[in-house]
Each structure stands twice: as C-alpha cells, then as structure tokens.
Write a protein that binds this ligand. Structure first.
Ligand SMILES: [Zn+2]
Length: 113
C-alpha cells in the first residue's frame, strides 16, 4: 500500500528529528497531503496508526490537511484550483495545465515533548 510506505518514511523522518533535536515524544503532527498525491487521508491515517505503534509518535494527535490542487493554465495565463489532476481548467475548460506542487506529503507542524 502506497500510504504505508509514506508513513514509514514519515516515521523515519520523525526519528531523525528526535535524534537531532533531542526530544522523545511527538505530541502533535500536522500533515498536508497534496490534492494530486493519490493519497487518501483516511487510508493515510489508518496506515500511520499501524506504523506508529510503540514508537515516539504512538500518542500523537494527527491532523491532515488537504490543500487544493494548484495548476498553471496556459490559456488563462494564471494559477487556478482544480479538484483532480485530470480536471480541465474551471475557467476556460482548457487542458493546457501544469501542476504547481500538490503531489506530495508535507510535514507542516510538529509538536514534541
Ligand atoms: Zn484556463
């Protein structure tokens, strides 16, 4: 499962941070999942619950944001928001769209103890 490997990477990142900044517990995590990342937030939450057992993050509150997908429309010559990567431009219906990010998982905030 795609979500599971993302969560394993996230946990590796948290453990690296814990070593570097000498904290032992993660109390809150805020993630942003790009609209184009093909990641289902519910599946991500579920996968993280599996991966974090008996780790520094096992009691952390997890918040997942899903910011809108931004693309550059070559016809409108401006950035527009689209619900999926294959959606046409909401203004002109054009398909000359270039994604502006939104295809990854980002750690937005971390609270530690
Ligand atoms: Zn357009």
């Amino acid at each position: 499962m795609h979500e599971l490997s993302l969560c394993e990477n996230l946990l590796d990142l948290l453990q690296d941070e814990a070593r570097r900044h000498a904290f032992r517990r993660v109390t809150r995590i805020r993630l942003a999942v790009g609209r184009f990342a093909c990641v289902d937030p519910d599946a991500l939450r579920f996968a993280f619950d599996v991966v974090r057992r008996d780790t520094l993050a096992d009691a952390a509150v997890v918040e997942i944001d899903q910011p809108p997908g931004l693309v550059w429309c070559g016809d409108c010559a401006r950035e527009v928001e689209v619900p999926t990567r294959l959606s046409p431009c909401p203004d002109c219906g054009g398909l000359r769209l270039v994604p502006r990010g939104g295809d990854d998982l980002t750690l937005v905030e971390l609270e530690v103890a």
